[in-house]
Design a binder for this molecule. Structure first.
Ligand SMILES: Nc1ncnc2c1ncn2[C@@H]1O[C@H](COP(=O)(O)OP(=O)(O)OP(=O)(O)O)[C@@H](O)[C@H]1O
Length: 235
């Protein structure tokens, strides 16, 4: 579904993505891991068209997305920190986004319901707690039934019940054939929802394997231990 070929990105002298090649298939949850600053968000932003790579290509369903716009409607994005006009109410934010996507017939309001956002519709974004803001971001990411979801540390700041709701939603959408990319540092969470782990290290693809293969390869039952072992071996 997504093919990344020889992707490179520099910021000035800093080389952030160094010849990354990877392929993600529909109906999978892929966790993108790696130390702080290893290029995870930059790669996600390249897929989203928010950052233009210096070299390489990104294809969705075999079509290059570089300098294209229409494909963006197939992707739902939940940023690490959602930025919204502070004085707009939740209702206004949701209506504004809907107005921009009038062509979409099938709206998915499940998270709006499960998170009780309707009861808070008249609260201005600037008055919301960090977790509630995250809930709005999550609801927006899933709202238009996208084929691909890119979730950047989606459960950070969510209380345990709300995090469980999001994890269940991720698994539900996976069953419907969506591709879901999640950046996360929480190994237990990755183990619960992901099928595959892609690890970036200093802008290089370190590995891209199924969780089952990582455990098998290292003879470890826990993902955190399996990954620690691989990192140690490759040092
Ligand atoms: N707009 C930018 N201008 C200059 N440097 C940038 C820019 N965006 C990111 N970088 C740098 O690129 C590197 C990779 O950043 P990126 O946000 O992709 O890392 P990350 O793996 O997502 O990190 P984290 O786990 O901390 O979220 C970092 O050194 C960062 O400072």
């Amino acid at each position: 579904m997504i093919t990344i070929e020889n992707l490179q990105k520099r910021y000035g002298k800093l080389s952030v993505l160094k010849d990354v090649n990877v392929r993600f298939e529909a109906g999978r949850v892929v966790s993108i891991i790696g130390p702080n600053g290893s290029g995870k968000t930059t790669m996600s932003k390249c897929i989203l068209g928010m950052v233009l790579p210096d070299a390489g290509d990104i294809k969705i369903n075999n079509q290059s997305i570089l300098k294209q716009h229409a494909y963006r409607s197939q992707i739902g994005y939940m940023p690490q920190i959602g930025r919204y006009p502070e004085n707009m109410k939740i209702r206004q934010v949701l209506n504004m986004v809907r107005d921009m996507r009038k062509e979409v017939q099938e709206i998915d309001e499940e998270l709006i319901g499960l998170y009780g956002l309707k009861e808070m519709y008249d609260k201005p974004m600037g008055s919301l707690s960090g977790g509630t803001r995250q809930k709005v971001s999550a609801a927006l990411a899933f709202l238009f039934n996208p084929q691909i979801l890119i979730l950047d540390e989606p459960t950070a700041g969510l209380d345990p019940v709300s995090a469980e709701i999001l994890k269940a939603k991720i698994l539900k959408e996976k069953k419907r054939g969506r591709l879901i990319l999640i950046t996360s540092h929480i190994m237990s969470e990755i183990e619960e929802v992901a099928d595959e782990v892609m690890c970036l290290m200093d802008g290089h693809l370190k590995f891209h394997e199924t969780i089952a293969a990582l455990k098998e390869q290292t003879q470890e039952n826990r993902l955190s231990r399996a990954i620690a072992k691989i990192m140690k071996e490759e040092d």
